[in-house]
Design a protein around this ligand. Structure first.
Ligand code: SF4
Length: 388
């Protein structure tokens, strides 16, 4: 049995409004059925706890993502955390994160989440410019961000992430820097800064012609990314992944676990899970996405899988390669060899060598990692490895 850390992801699929750029599994319901959703989550959790690949393993992090988890009653969050402690061994230093949207939380909710056991908040801020927030169709404005942040601190949260987005239509470098600097002045422990991408099947994708020439080209996007990294480094936030920055000791263990290719259980509508197989491949599954159908399946069968698949060793290794490249330290060569039974160069040397020559990748005796020149190329490099 593997002794690597085990992560638990809990999906809360409800939102007040569906933002037009969003491709997450989120659904607008006037009155979410919290009671039955909670019941379904607990059934599913009990099922996975009894599975041999997870039994006896220690949970290192729990992450409530969405959708909008901060819409959920704190009693639901508390019941999932309690049930996890009843069913699994939980690391004493467990990180328990919850995504919160400014505009959906008041002081009493933050206090409730804190009392439930949440020790890390991730706030979906996206911008501190009201025109940009309006374009994104977010339900909050900038004042609500400051208010929510103040409530969170007053409720005792000392580990807060702010999610921000750059590369919005017509956004200038100065405009993005205004948001970034205001966010830094709030003094959060962590910042995630992602470029807006037009995801297929979103409302934005169907109307993309209206904004296509207002979005940044590749050069401007790279400028946003590099300036972000420089300004955050100057402000004391180290990049530990392409888009994620933290003060010392505050990186997100849960997300870092994904990038390290650790096993995870996912419960809730549309959640997915993954575990390593003895032959170095992996098995993974995805749940039914629609909340009502998820509730029905999980309540009746303690399970709500929509699809599953087995990846053979080489495909799993390519996936681990892709995820690992995102980390600032890149891929640990010894860990990779031990995990897949082959050295990363034996498997992907044909991809790696040309990128090393172009100075987009660098290798030392411990790690394979992106250089500054290769920063925006992680996906392009990984696609070549996946295609091998
Ligand atoms: S709040 Fe977040 S999850 Fe909900 S629709 Fe908007 S972007 Fe998607």
């Amino acid at each position: 049995m593997t002794s690597s850390p085990l992560l638990l992801y809990v999906h809360i699929p409800y939102c007040v409004h569906k933002c037009h750029y969003c491709d997450f599994n989120s659904h607008v319901r006037a009155e979410p059925d919290w009671e039955h959703y909670q019941h379904a989550l607990l059934r599913e959790l009990a099922y996975w706890a009894a599975e041999p690949q997870f039994s006896g393993r220690k949970i290192s992090s729990i992450f409530f993502g969405g959708g909008t988890p901060s819409l959920a009653p704190p009693s639901l969050i508390s019941s999932v955390i309690k049930q996890t402690s009843n069913l699994f061994e939980v690391d004493q230093a467990v990180e328990i994160s919850l995504e919160a949207n400014p505009g959906t939380v008041d002081a009493s909710y933050f206090e409730g989440f804190k009392a439930a056991g949440i020790n890390r908040l991730s706030m979906g801020v996206q911008s501190l410019n009201n025109d940009e927030l309006k374009w994104l169709e977010r339900i909050h404005d900038r004042d609500q961000v400051f208010e929510a942040f103040t409530h969170a601190r007053a409720s005792g949260f000392d580990n807060i992430n702010l999610d921000l987005m750059y590369g919005l239509p017509d956004q200038t470098v100065d405009g993005w820097m205004d948001t970034l600097h205001e966010a830094i002045r709030l003094d959060p422990e962590h910042l995630s800064c992602y470029q807006l991408t037009v995801e297929p099947y979103t409302k934005l994708a169907t109307n993309v012609d209206a904004v296509a020439d207002r979005l940044p080209d590749e050069d401007l996007a790279l400028k946003f990314l590099k300036l972000t990294r420089t300004h955050l480094a100057d402000a004391g936030y180290a990049a530990y992944e392409i888009s994620n920055f933290a003060k010392f000791g505050f990186h997100c263990c849960h997300n870092d676990g994904y990038w390290r290719y650790h096993d995870y259980i996912g419960i809730g509508a549309g959640a997915s899970g993954k575990w390593d197989l003895p032959d170095a491949g992996v098995k993974r599954y995805s749940n039914i996405r629609q909340p009502e159908k998820y509730i029905e399946a999980a309540t009746q069968n303690s399970l709500a899988i929509n699809s599953d698949e087995i990846l053979k060793c080489k495909k799993a290794a390519a996936e681990a390669f892709w995820l690992g490249l995102r980390r600032n330290n890149g891929i640990n060569l010894a860990v990779f060899s031990e995990r897949f039974g082959e050295d990363v160069n034996t498997l992907f040397g044909d991809v790696i060598d040309p990128w090393v020559q172009r100075e987009c990748l660098e290798v030392n005796h411990q790690h394979l990692r992106l250089t500054d020149t290769g920063l925006a190329l992680a996906d392009a490099i990984a696609e070549e490895a996946i295609a091998l």
